[in-house]
Design a protein around this ligand. Structure first.
Ligand code: DGL
Length: 234
């Protein structure tokens, strides 16, 4: 089974991309809605909450855990992979997003993300490891996640939250949805930024997972495949 962790419902967008590509795999999703949003929390709290969520998925029997949350990924993935669960497989969504930017040859990109992700310049750092000549402008949109968690994904309040943030992007070729909740407001973003290519790291993570499994047949062989889905939320 593949486990998915997010602070709330945003990671369901990532899960949905994986289910489209791997329909026979078993999936278990845990969203920590009680503690959502993570975006405005201190680093240590994000790491602590993510660790608990990931542990829960491994206890359930996950062979691989996908951190379907940018904020959780950028603050905790190194610690979780290298220190806390060195014998387990944990993958995030930010590297596939950064790779897509560089592979596509974009020179000027925007990243819309949570405060927690923007604060540590997470996408800029990951893109610049691959190509430091790409200009990466990161903007935080803290009002969006609470709206989306209430099921508000279009209309005036979403546009009001988006407009001043999107106005900060000048001359970009592509916009990265640097929070897994944002694909849920993608229609509004596209309407406000016509002609700009949207990069969805969750989509990219699912696309790259097939190649990952080809490189790691031992993991592919362990993943149970009964087409089941379990959803749980705090
Ligand atoms: N969905 C998460 C992300 O990708 C976090 C949203 C939040 O809890 O602030 O960053």
């Amino acid at each position: 089974m593949i486990g998915f962790f997010d602070s709330g419902i945003g990671g369901l967008c990532v899960l949905s991309e994986f289910r489209k590509r791997f329909p026979t795999f078993d999936f278990s999703y845990y969203g920590d809605r009680v503690n959502c949003p993570y975006g405005d929390k201190e680093d240590e709290e994000i790491v602590d909450l993510t660790e608990k969520g990931v542990e829960r998925l491994f206890d359930e029997g996950a062979e691989v855990v996908i951190l379907a949350c940018n904020t959780a990924t950028v603050h905790s993935i190194r610690y979780l992979q290298q220190v806390r669960f060195p014998d387990k497989k944990i993958l995030g969504v930010t590297i596939p997003g950064a790779e897509k930017i560089v592979e596509s040859g974009y020179r000027h990109v925007g990243v819309l993300a949570t405060e927690g992700t923007v604060r540590i310049r997470a996408y800029k750092e990951r893109v610049h490891i691959l190509d430091d000549s790409v200009s990466v402008h990161e903007v935080a949109a803290p009002e969006l996640v609470p709206l989306i968690e209430q099921g508000i994904v279009k209309g005036d309040s979403v546009r009001r939250a988006l407009l001043p943030k999107l106005a900060e992007f000048r001359n970009i070729e592509a916009l990265v949805l640097g929070c897994t909740h944002y694909p849920l407001v993608r229609t509004e973003i596209e309407a406000l930024l016509p002609g700009i290519t949207i990069v969805d790291p969750g989509f990219e993570a699912a696309a790259k997972f097939a190649a990952y499994l080809e490189r790691h047949p031992e993991i592919e062989g362990k993943i149970t495949k009964n087409g089941t889905l379990r959803l749980s939320f705090s």
